[in-house]
Design a protein around this ligand. Structure first.
Ligand SMILES: Cc1cc2nc3c(=O)[nH]c(=O)nc-3n(C[C@H](O)[C@H](O)[C@H](O)COP(=O)(O)OP(=O)(O)OC[C@H]3O[C@@H](n4cnc5c(N)ncnc54)[C@H](O)[C@@H]3O)c2cc1C
Ligand code: SF4
Length: 449
């Protein structure tokens, strides 16, 4: 464990430096530190809760700054300005402060002069050369014209997001393997994972009525996993962390009462009292029965088979969810919060939007789809580095790990190419390049605020 962490750390550092992550060094084994920009500060209520929780649980449980991909210092080399604290990140950040494809990776790729972007393109399969046991490229359907094109390449990276990547594999080389490229182990499509959540607690905080905070923070606090760590052992395995925030109520606090009149208007010119809440994100174990497959009886408008998804929570997750509620209540009560209410919301796999697994990495081609460099065992010039490659889900947000794995695999692939290992088929030809109608699309970044 410690050894694998040491080996993977440079790649986490690499992507953290590039993306820009705001956070604090905490020195916790369970949540390794990284190369962080200054944090988005906790507010006064969260700071006080952090102190009280530390005292109440003998330093075994921690409330820390959330670690977020919003830059708190400018990155002029990437044309990105620091965060303006308006919390509209999901609309697309006009300052480039929120890390995204549009703000960071696409401009960097364009700057190399080597990028050809072809939108409205559906990769329908990896083209497989049986004789050489290698991929020779991909087949693409133009989403608008429905025309089919072939693109040849020395190396193919599949990063279509977890399920779509596995969909492409399942739809490829079916004349060689009925279950698709990468299915020789019988593991392709299996071991779907998500983060189960919507179990937590919330309550009211007395006092601090003379205190406010700057702007609208695109951040809050994080409570790293403490269950099944050290002495806090449970009947289930693994654990969960909490994401939460404290804030003052706004004018909408009176909507439910449907009040009217001058007194109401006057009251609403002032912020309301403080509330605090948090929800747990729990680890879901890989289970062979949790799987996706192609449903050839249902086709989309391009004639492609759709995915059938069969996934459910198992006993380990169900047991964990009880603790996720009760521990949240205990933590908030220990922090002096009043009127604490535990909360169990509906959850179905997929709602955590952290889908993982289905093309697991491993050491043995008989039990895994990918090797330790993210290469498909059945076609070593095909790399899968998104969530499909994950063998376990942990309880932390996953995307940084996909990025670190991608950077590591790209470095490996480049070295292999230099050594002439991958293979020598032609690169994208001029005729295959995107036509003019697409050339500047990447610049059309939506404006928010
Ligand atoms: C609302 C929301 C909030 C989230 N918050 C967090 C968070 O706080 N932290 C975190 O770590 N993760 C978070 N996630 C998860 C995170 O967004 C994903 O893990 C991440 O985007 C995965 O990156 P990706 O490049 O693998 O896939 P994507 O970002 O989904 O990119 C895949 C791309 O491939 C394209 N594509 C798919 N199929 C094909 C095909 N057949 N041919 C051609 N192109 C194809 C898609 O159009 C898409 O552009 C969140 C997700 C959502 C929806
Ligand atoms: S959208 Fe606003 S709050 Fe979000 S990162 Fe950009 S500047 Fe910051």
């Amino acid at each position: 464990m410690a050894d694998s962490l040491r080996r993977s750390r440079p790649w986490y550092d690499y992507v953290e430096r590039f993306a820009g992550i705001a956070g604090t060094q905490e020195g916790l084994d369970i949540l390794p530190d990284g190369e962080f920009l200054p944090p988005i500060p906790l507010n006064c209520v969260e700071e006080d809760a952090a102190k009280r929780i530390k005292e109440a649980f003998g330093g075994q449980r921690h409330l820390i700054h959330s670690r977020v991909a919003n830059i708190t210092q400018p990155k002029p080399e990437q044309n990105r300005v620091n965060c303006q604290y308006r919390n509209k990140c999901w609309l697309g950040c006009p300052f480039g402060a929120y890390f995204s494809t549009q703000s960071a990776t696409l401009p960097a790729a364009v700057a190399t002069g080597n990028l050809t972007l072809r939108p409205f393109s559906i990769v329908s399969q990896v083209l497989y050369d049986k004789d050489r046991q290698r991929a020779r490229g991909v087949e693409v359907i133009d989403a608008e014209t429905h025309e089919t094109h072939e693109y040849t390449a020395d190396v193919v990276f599949l990063n279509a997001s977890t399920f779509n990547t596995t969909w492409i594999l399942m739809n490829s080389a079916t004349d060689v393997w009925e279950g698709g490229l990468g299915s020789s182990s019988g593991e392709l499509g299996h071991n779907v994972m998500d983060h189960h959540f919507r179990c937590g607690a919330s309550g009211d905080v007395e006092g601090y009525l003379d205190k406010y905070y700057f702007g609208r923070r695109p951040a809050g606090f994080y409570i790293p996993r403490f269950r099944n760590v050290g002495d806090e052992q449970r009947s289930y395995v693994r654990g969960f962390g909490y994401q939460g925030a404290a804030s003052r109520q706004g004018w909408d606090r009176e909507i439910a009462e449907l009040n009217i009149g001058a007194d109401l208007k006057q009251a609403l010119t002032q912020p309301g009292g403080w509330t605090i809440g948090m929800t747990g994100f729990g680890e879901m174990l890989p289970d062979h029965d949790n799987r996706i497959s192609l449903d050839h009886s249902v086709r989309d408008k391009w004639g492609l088979p759709v995915l059938s998804i069969n996934v459910e929570l198992k006993q380990n997750e169900r047991d964990m969810r009880r603790d996720m509620v009760q521990d949240a209540v205990d933590l908030l009560e220990a922090a002096g919060v009043k009127n604490v209410k535990g909360d169990v919301g509906d959850y179905a796999p997929g709602m955590g939007i952290h889908e993982m697994g289905t093309a697991r990495m491993g050491r043995d081609p008989k039990t895994s789809v990918l090797n330790s460099h993210n290469q498909v065992w059945d076609a070593p010039n095909v790399f899968v580095t998104d969530g499909a490659c994950m063998t376990s889900s942990s309880c932390v947000n996953p995307s940084l790990t996909y990025m670190a794995l991608t950077a590591r695999a790209v470095d490996y692939a480049v070295e292999e190419l230099k050594r002439g290992i991958c293979h020598e088929s032609s690169r994208i030809t001029q005729n295959d390049r995107a036509d003019d109608r697409y050339r500047d699309d990447w610049r059309q970044i939506p404006i928010c605020l």
